[in-house]
Design a protein around this ligand. Sequence first.
Ligand code: ADP
Length: 379
Amino acid sequence: MQTLFEVILIVALGVALWLTWRARRENGQLREALAKSSETAEQLAAEQLRSDARLNAMIDAPPHALLVLDRDSVIIRANNRAGEILGPQLIGKTAIEATRSHEIDHVVQQTLAVQQIEERPVTWNARPYFARVVPSGDGGAVLVLEDQSDRLRSDRMRRDFVANISHELRTPLASIRLLIETLLAGAKDEPDVATRMLNQMLGEVDSITQLAQELLDLSLIESGQMPMQVTRANLGEIAAEQIIHYEPMAQQKQIVVKNDVAEDLVVEVDRKMIGRVLGNLIHNAIKFTPDRGRITIGAVPADGKIKVSVADTGAGIPQEDLPRIFERFYKVDRARGKSGTGLGLAIARHVVEAHGGRIWAESVEGKGATFYFTIPAAK
Ligand code: ADP
């Protein structure tokens, strides 16, 4: 009897132990599962954060203003650029409240109504924009505002350029034609007259050649296909050569060109290209200085470099044009009638920058202009 009781007790104990062990194991598994699920939740949250960051970057990346609108044209998301041009706190405002433009709102309303892409040029804040509204698939829409000023400006510059080139070509060509006609009409039989006319024609051909050369140089320099051949060179000599080259033109206008560059000043430059920069500045100075004016070329050490200057006593340049004259094809309005393509200073800037230097101009209108550029001094 007692043995039976012991057996039952042992069995009961065994069962109890087994139950405890199973409960513990299940408990462990449960904890493991819980830990795993919280790990997954953390991973999901992190992934969500990463994808939000990617989305924000995508929205902020384009240079255009971007607004996400709901079906009532209320802004629910806006990128940084939108904040910059339309002002802060855009969320919650309607498109018309944010833009204060019926023109833009009209495009938005059109898309919201018909759920189709609408796009057209608009004017906002006196600037040209291109508005594009795309349905977002949930009854709302995305409005993109693209600033067109730069594109329109470069279109206008290209048109000006073509007009300039055609003018620059037509003038010498018309002159050559007239000279040929005069020669054919009989001038060819008078040797002195014929020689003078042929020399005039040579001059006209030279100006066309220079135009072609400037166009080619600019395209080569801009595409990095004209590496600088840097050597030690005497700046005083370079300046003297250029002054001699433009002497006849200066003499015609009785302009005095003075070379103040120290004779022994040595620089490390592409001699030919820096000669062209100086030549261009001297040429411009003569062109834009009235008769009996004065041009001075100087060079002084500055911040470990050499600062070269070309100062004239001409008409000067308006302050608002000063930063722009180094752009391709840019000519100050007053200079439109003068010969020139507006390419010289753009080429000069590329050449100076290729030497690690800087070029700029200072001017007091009516009192003349001074052009400066920096180049490396010889070590
Ligand atoms: P271009 O002389 O062929 O027109 P540049 O690029 O050399 O072209 O010069 C651009 C413009 O800068 C000129 O058309 C002129 O309006 C202005 N400019 C340049 N140099 C001077 C100067 N010394 N004085 C006044 N205006 C100048």
